[in-house]
Design a protein around this ligand. Structure first.
Ligand code: FAD
Length: 557
């Protein structure tokens, strides 16, 4: 045997599983198709948002959260409707995960040296219904160090385990087959890829220079999702979301290729909920791309006006930062706009300065570097847009600015093949919205939402601009942002039980085979159901990777 356990995929889920194994003395072979520079996978690039329930950070900000409230939110978002079948384990994972987030998660993170910013934010506010999708309270805790900081201790443990002789890295080894004998996993076979010294995140070559086979008592699959493979995204795009866009930007590196899902299915693994995906409607083309089609997601505050491709304001709950999948459904199923792949934010300089957060570790260098002074200076006390946002204003292909609305609309029309926007109609809607802004009891639900958000100190200080008219020249210049659909997360995948054991077609565990992280729908084959509360993906990798490592360690004791 080459190791006690083979872990396929050196992202966050794989590294956590490997740590659980090596800290119990098991010998691990850690296999990844990418080079050593990519250790940590997507998590390295992530914003580091973590879903926690009733945390000290929330309490300090006066937020009243509870396990019951969070569980109600989770169920309202998940809308599990396959409980006897594809959701049977997902529901149990969901409950276990929310309990983890309300209890052990924070001290466990702390035990690995992961700490949190004192502010807590929103990611998905939701669909405006008490029993519908969304967070009732802010729960998005950002880690100091962003996702880079979350993955760092686990990457460090793996390197130390390698020095201790407990872990061997097999970089540039691409798994093509899971070896199952007598109903149990015995190893993996695959292709050795040519060396490639591309920097982290850059697409690497796929030149084959040989084959390999590794054997072990157990195999853990932690190979991530499908976000970079638009063919797979399109193949499983659900009818309820209309037609997939012809053009999308890509929110993940090219190695998030989804290949291992079909390879696992060929080995007899049960895949579930493949129609559930989590894509964003606020994607922009990265002016400084790392991977092919590199898009960045805006995490918007609530004040921009959101227009469809024909210039009509989107209906509730399709408001900035509320409900990404409802917005996607609206954009892709409304007949006269479904043929267009974009929508628009129109906003002011004042709004962009306070309300545009960009997802990704490299877009938040102050937090990634744990530079507390810079965070205070640039985000709370500073004037002007944070540097990375300003860089998009200066260089982004999707950004236009102007001092008058007519000029702005002309520039926006210049970003599409045909002029689709009518300046008078855009003006009419903005004027109507602006007339509502002075009264917090406005009849306009978005304006209500802006005023409501400012009742929470975290939003008032750092995330929501002082309510103002979009056409107020003092708040200008005006800004138009062309938004694309950005592919990111896979919500379905390998069905697993609570020990992360991969289940076969008969619903029974396949001996010695485990799956965790995004490839397993972050637990159970789809812990989120149809919708995510956000900050739940990294946490899902930590929780399911930990379960897989512990169970595989026990099996191989
Ligand atoms: C920009 C960005 C921002 C994000 N922000 C957040 C956030 O704030 N909060 C949050 O909760 N989540 C966030 N996420 C999502 C989260 O980072 C990912 O869902 C999570 O890191 C996935 O981890 P994983 O270990 O399951 O898979 P991955 O990180 O994708 O790792 C899988 C690894 O498997 C390897 N692999 C795949 N197939 C094979 C094969 N056949 N053979 C060998 N190796 C293979 C890949 O090369 C890769 O290294 C963000 C993601 C991105 C990209």
């Amino acid at each position: 045997m080459d190791a006690d356990v083979i872990v396929v995929g050196a992202g966050l889920a794989g590294l956590v599983a490997a740590h659980e194994l090596t800290s119990r003395g098991r010998r691990v072979a850690l296999v990844d198709q990418e080079n050593a520079a990519n250790l940590g996978g997507q998590a390295f690039w992530s914003f580091g948002g973590l879903f926690l329930v009733d945390s000290p950070e929330q309490r300090r900000l006066g937020i009243k959260d509870s396990l019951d409230l969070a569980w109600n939110d989770w169920q309202g978002s998940a809308q599990f409707d396959r409980k006897d079948d594809e959701d049977s384990w997902a529901v149990r994972w969901a409950r276990a995960y929310v309990e983890f987030a309300a209890g052990e998660k924070r001290p466990w993170l702390q035990s690995h040296g992961i700490s949190l910013l004192p502010t807590v934010g929103w990611a998905e506010r939701g669909d405006l219904r008490a029993d519908g999708h969304g967070n009732s309270v802010p729960r998005f805790h950002v880690a100091w160090g962003t996702g880079t900081g979350v993955v760092e201790p686990f990457a460090r443990y793996a390197k130390q385990a390698a020095r201790d002789g407990l872990l061997t890295f097999h970089h540039r080894h691409q798994v093509d087959e899971l070896v199952i004998e007598d109903g149990a996993a015995r190893g993996v076979r695959g292709t050795v890829l040519a060396p490639d010294d591309s920097p982290r995140g850059v697409a690497s070559n796929r030149e084959r220079i040989g084959d390999f086979e590794l054997t072990a008592q157990a195999v853990v699959v932690t190979t991530g999702g499908i976000g970079a493979n638009h063919d797979i995204v399109r193949r499983y795009w659900p009818e309820r979301l209309g037609t997939p866009p012809a053009e999308m930007v890509t929110g993940v590196p090219a190695y998030v290729d989804g290949r291992m899902l079909d390879i696992s299915a060929e080995a007899g693994v049960r895949l579930v909920n493949r129609d559930r995906m989590w894509h964003y409607t606020e994607g922009i083309q990265n002016w400084n791309p790392v991977w092919p089609g590199h898009g960045i997601r805006i995490l918007p505050g609530p004040s921009s006006i959101w227009l469809d491709a024909l210039g009509r304001r989107l209906p509730d709950p399709c408001l900035p930062g509320y409900d990404t999948l409802s917005t996607l459904r609206h954009l892709r199923t409304t007949e006269d706009i479904a043929g267009h792949d974009h929508s628009w934010f129109v906003l002011t300089r004042k709004i962009v300065e306070k309300e545009f957060a960009l997802s990704g570790s490299e877009q938040n260098p102050d937090i990634t570097a744990r530079d507390r002074k810079a965070v205070l200076r640039d985000r709370l006390l500073g004037k002007g847009a944070p540097g990375p946002v300003q860089a998009f204003l200066d260089n982004g292909a999707d950004f236009v600015t102007a001092n008058s609305l007519d000029q702005l609309v002309e520039k926006m029309n210049g970003l599409t093949d045909k002029a689709l926007l009518d300046a008078a109609e855009v003006r009419r809607q903005i004027v109507a919205r602006d007339l509502q802004i002075n009264n917090s009891y406005s009849k306009d639900s978005q304006v209500q939402g802006i005023h409501n958000a400012r009742r929470y100190i975290g939003d008032r200080l750092g995330r929501v601009a002082t309510p103002h008219r979009i056409l107020d020249p003092a708040a200008g210049p005006l800004i138009g942002v062309k938004l694309h659909v950005l592919t990111r997360k896979t919500l379905g995948g390998i069905q697993t039980d609570l020990d992360s054991r991969a289940l076969g077609a008969d619903g029974q565990p396949i001996g010695g085979l485990y799956a965790a992280g995004e490839v397993a729908g972050f637990g159970g084959g789809g812990v989120h159901g149809y919708n995510a509360l956000e900050g739940t993906f990294l946490g899902g990798c930590l929780f399911s990777g930990r379960a897989a490592g512990r169970a595989a360690a026990e099996q191989t004791a």
